[in-house]
Design a protein around this ligand. Structure first.
Ligand SMILES: *Cc1c(COP(=O)(O)O)cnc(C)c1O
Length: 412
């Protein structure tokens, strides 16, 4: 048995394998930004924004794309466009970034947290079905970390109950389900381009839809009511009744950055996919760790994180903190997950303002929170030799897990 570095053994690598520089930067993007700056066309449906919307829609196969200031307001916009409001319930998975649930509060509706599948860590389609009430107006499947919620099952159930489907694709740029762009499959898809995401302009977001009327509502919602094509100060017709609009416009600068990154996205996805395949190969037959499954009909992953789940022998009794410490000591960076929204420090909704379907979400609380370790996508772009070391580090920690049984961390 090899002695683990956490217990004083020799680490797999002394050069820590961590995040590669992110977001990407280049002279050609800097030059394009300078041109936009000099043009003075910075906002208000600029040429660059329109071009990015067109290119992103084409990439995913959606009919319409509406660019906004971040990936939280895109969720709010989606719900508002679908007429979700006070008295309505919206089903969201328990394990996601808070924004998914906050958007529901912003439109005055009630989030209903539903448990996740232990395989994909995404919304459980069966539990979704069971959580539906006459008040359920929408469901927001989140394609979490880099895996896809079962869109076929979720959409079939939603159709049968006349429930709208808003895909939260903040973690899923570049993902395809049965060859179709993720985000272009439900009624509306919502993406974030925040600093850490796979396409990043610091801040930014976009909604996709194939429905002309929803596209018009989304556009007006983010543009304080203006219809597409209206000149500033020259609105001809107001927004539809009941649609209270905002200024959620993004700028041409973000659009330029994203246009450049979108061109590089297919190649980036190939790199991530190849590196994940390398890690999976090293871990084949290793008992004690499994990789979050991509989703039943995923044809191309859109990696945000790679998640390792340590929920079987010999790892299942070793605390997550110890596993992370052991992996770090061997030389790789990794972390945990968000944990269930309703337990997040920043989530301050009153108990009367949300509901937990079935009273608790054990898979999200246990598997998704205490047994899952994540590696960010920008760590997945390391050199092949470092990628192989990630696989070897995990293998070493799992196969020598017995050494960790009595490990007690030093008190701080
Ligand atoms: C990042 C994220 C969002 C929100 O995006 P912002 O652009 O940060 O507002 C929404 N949902 C999920 C799952 C996210 O990770």
């Amino acid at each position: 048995m090899a002695k683990l570095a956490l217990l004083g053994g020799k680490p797999v690598t002394t050069q820590k394998i961590g995040p590669m520089p992110w977001p990407p930067r280049s002279e050609s993007t800097a030059e394009a930004l300078k041109q936009v700056y000099l043009s003075g066309q910075w906002s208000f449906n600029s040429v660059e924004e329109q071009a990015f919307e067109k290119e992103f829609a084409a990439y995913t196969g959606a009919k319409h794309a509406i660019f906004m200031v971040n990936g939280t307001v895109t969720l709010e916009a989606a719900l508002a466009a679908l007429n979700v409001g006070p008295g309505d319930e919206v089903i969201v998975p328990a394990l996601t970034w808070m924004a998914t649930a906050m958007a529901v509060h912003y439109v005055g509706a009630k989030p209903v947290f539903v448990d996740i599948e232990p395989t994909t860590l995404c919304l459980d389609p069966e539990k979704f079905k069971q959580a539906i009430t006459p008040r359920t107006k929408a469901v927001i499947p989140v394609h979490l970390l880099g895996s896809m919620a079962h869109l076929d099952k979720i959409i079939a159930t939603a159709k049968a109950h006349k429930i709208a489907v808003v895909e939260d694709c903040a973690h899923m740029q570049g993902g395809f389900w049965k060859g179709k762009g993720v985000g272009a499959i439900g009624d509306i898809g919502s993406f974030s381009f925040q600093q850490s995401k796979t396409l990043s302009s610091g801040e930014g977001g976009i909604c996709l839809t194939n429905d002309d009327e929803l596209a018009d509502r989304l556009y007006r919602f983010k543009h304080i009511g203006y219809g597409r094509g209206a000149e500033q100060g020259g609105a001809k017709a107001g927004p539809p009744e009941g649609l209270r609009c905002h200024n959620y416009r993004c700028t041409a600068f973000q659009a330029v950055i994203l246009r450049h990154q979108l061109k590089a996205l297919p190649k980036l996805m190939k790199t991530y996919a190849s590196n994940v395949a390398t890690i999976k190969k090293i871990l084949t037959g290793v008992k004690g760790v499994r990789i979050q499954e991509p989703g039943a009909k995923a044809t191309q992953q859109g990696y945000y994180n790679l998640a390792f789940i340590f929920d079987s022998a010999p790892m299942k009794d070793i605390p997550q903190d110890t596993i992370i410490a052991a992996l770090n000591a061997e030389g790789m960076a990794c972390g945990g997950t968000y944990g269930p929204v309703y337990k997040h420090t920043l989530y301050n909704a009153l108990p009367s303002e949300y509901r937990i379907a079935g009273g608790s979400c054990p898979v999200a609380e246990i598997t998704g929170t205490t047994r899952t370790v994540t590696v960010s996508h920008y760590t997945l772009s390391n050199s092949k030799s470092n990628i192989r070391k990630i696989g070897e580090i995990i293998k070493k920690v799992v196969t020598n897990a017995a050494e960790l049984k009595d490990y007690v961390p030093a008190t701080k």
